[in-house]
Design a protein around this ligand. Structure first.
Ligand code: PMT
Length: 401
C-alpha cells in the first residue's frame, strides 16, 4: 500500500552529492509522490535537468525568468500546493541565503515565498560545515523552523573524513515519511525487541528460528515516525537500523533479557516483537562438537519470559506482546494476553508471518478484537502504533482519575 500521495518540490544545489538527488527523486516517485525539481545553476553543472525530468516525469526549472509558467512567476507557482520543499543537497551558500532572506535565484526566491514546510539536507566539506558563519546559519535555520536532516560523518568526495556528508537518499526518504506521520507518541520512550534469538550449541552451531526482524524493525520505524524515542534490542537479523533509533545487538534470550532490564526503567512503552527461544542449551560446548558418536543429546532448560517479567514489574511500562500460533490463534493469543497481563496483544493472522514482507493481524485488548488488513509490515506497524497510542493515552488518563 502506498503512502498518501505527497507533492514535493525538490531543490538541488551545486554539490557533488547532487548525483544522489537523482536516487532520492526515484525513491519519491516509487512512493507515489509527485516531484517538482528546481535546480540551481550550480546544481545543473553537476546533474543535468534531463536526468531529473526523466526520473520525475515533470518539467525541471532552473531559471527565475522562465516563460513556461503562464504568469512568469515560477517562484510563486511551483511551490503552491506542495506539501514541502526539500533541498538535497543543500550547500553552505543556499543555507546562508535562506538564513538571511536573500533571493537572487529561483530556488532561494521560491523558498522565501513558500507557504509550506522546508527541509534541507546539508552536504559540504567538513571544514565548511564547521565554519562558524555556516554554524550560525544552521542555528538560524533551525530557529526559523527549518528542518535540518543530517549531515552524516564519514568519507568525503574531497578525500577528507568528517562531518558534512549528505544523508543517504534512503535515510532522507525515511525522514520525510516520518515528517508526514502524525506525532502520536511525541516524547515517549519506546523499547522494542525484534528478530530471532540464537541459543549456542557449540562454537559454530546454535538453535534459532526464521524470524527476519522485519516486523519488529517496522514497528520501530513507525514509533520513530510517531515522534517516539526508540531503543531497539535486536536479535539475529539483517535489517538496517531505522534512522534515528538506538540499537543494541544481542544473541541469546538471556542477553536480550539483560539488555531489556538495563533499559526498561526509562521506558514508557515496551513492545515485544522478538521471536524468543523458549529453551537454551545447558550442555553447550566451547569448541566445535566432533562427529565421533552416533547420537548427541542436548540438554535444554527453559529461558526466562522477558515480556512476562517486564509486565509483572511494580512500575511496568505499557506492554504489548505478539503471538504467532499454528492453531487456535485467537484462543491461544487471548490466553497469552491474560497470562502475561498485557493491555494489548498482536496476533499474526498470516501463518507464515516469519520472514514475510506482509502481515495481517488482530489486535486484542480489553475492548475486543480489531483486525488490521493484510499490508506491508510498515503499514501494519503504523496502524498498530496509532491504535496503541490511543489505548496508551486512555490508560494513562484512567490512572490519573
Ligand atoms: O521477524 P519477522 O520475520 O518479521 O516475523 C515477525 C514475527 C512473526 C516473529 C512477529 O510478528 C511475532 O509474532 N513475534 C512473536 C512470536 C511468538 O509467537 O512469540 P511467543 O508466542 O513465543 O511469545 C509471545 C510473546 O512473548 C511475544 O511478544 C514474545 O516476544 C514474548 N516472549 C516470548 C518468549 C520469551 N522467552 N520471552 C518473551 O518476551
Amino acid at each position: 500500500m502506498k503512502q498518501t500521495q505527497k507533492r514535493i518540490v525538490l531543490g538541488v544545489t551545486g554539490g557533488v552529492a547532487a548525483y544522489k538527488a537523482a536516487e532520492l527523486t526515484r525513491l519519491m516517485i516509487k512512493a507515489g509522490w509527485d516531484v517538482q525539481v528546481v535546480l540551481t545553476q550550480a546544481g545543473a553543472a553537476f546533474v543535468t535537468p534531463v536526468t531529473f525530468q526523466a526520473l520525475s516525469c515533470n518539467t525541471v526549472f532552473t531559471d527565475q525568468w522562465d516563460a513556461r509558467i503562464g504568469n512568469n512567476m515560477p517562484h510563486i507557482d511551483l511551490s503552491r500546493g506542495a506539501d514541502a520543499i526539500v533541498v538535497a543537497p543543500a550547500t553552505a551558500d543556499l543555507m546562508a541565503k535562506v538564513a538571511n532572506g536573500l533571493c537572487d535565484d529561483l530556488l532561494s526566491t521560491m523558498i522565501a515565498a513558500r507557504d509550506c514546510p522546508l527541509l534541507v539536507a546539508p552536504a559540504m566539506n567538513k571544514q565548511m560545515w564547521e565554519n562558524k558563519p555556516n554554524q550560525r546559519n544552521v542555528a538560524q535555520l533551525k530557529a526559523d523552523g527549518v528542518i535540518v536532516l543530517g549531515p552524516d560523518a564519514g568519507d568525503q568526495a574531497c578525500g577528507e573524513v568528517g562531518m558534512g556528508r549528505m544523508l543517504e537518499p534512503a535515510a532522507i526518504m525515511q525522514a520525510l515519511e516520518a515528517f508526514f506521520q502524525p506525532k502520536l507518541l511525541r516524547g515517549k520512550r519506546v523499547l522494542i525487541t525484534a528478530g530471532a534469538t540464537f541459543e549456542r550449541i557449540d562454537a559454530v552451531r546454535g538453535i534459532t528460528n526464521t524470524s527476519s526482524g522485519k516486523m519488529g524493525f517496522a514497528v520501530a520505524r513507525a514509533a520513530l515516525e510517531a515522534g517516539a524515542e526508540v531503543t531497539l534490542v535486536a536479535g539475529e537479523t539483517a535489517q538496517p537500523t531505522p534512522f534515528g533509533s538506538r540499537r543494541i545487538n544481542v544473541q541469546s534470550a538471556h542477553e536480550m533479557l539483560d539488555a531489556v532490564e538495563r533499559e526498561v526503567a526509562h521506558t514508557d512503552i515496551f513492545i515485544s516483537v522478538a521471536a524468543v527461544a523458549d529453551y537454551h542449551v545447558v550442555n553447550q560446548s566451547e569448541h566445535k562438537i566432533k562427529k565421533d558418536s552416533p547420537t548427541l543429546t542436548l540438554e535444554l532448560a527453559a529461558n526466562p519470559d522477558i515480556l512476562a517479567q517486564v509486565a509483572s514489574r511494580k512500575y511496568a511500562p505499557f506492554c504489548v506482546g505478539f503471538a504467532a500460533e499454528s492453531e487456535k490463534l485467537l484462543e491461544h493469543a487471548q490466553a497469552k494476553r491474560k497470562r502475561k497481563h498485557l493491555p494489548l496483544l498482536v496476533a499474526n493472522l498470516v501463518q507464515d508471518a516469519m520472514g514475510a514482507d506482509d502481515n495481517e493481524v488482530i489486535l486484542l485488548d480489553d475492548a475486543g478484537e480489531h483486525r488490521l488488513p493484510r499490508a506491508p509490515k510498515l503499514e501494519v506497524a503504523r496502524q498498530l502504533i496509532a491504535h496503541l497510542a490511543h489505548l496508551y493515552q486512555t490508560t494513562l488518563e484512567g490512572k490519573q482519575k
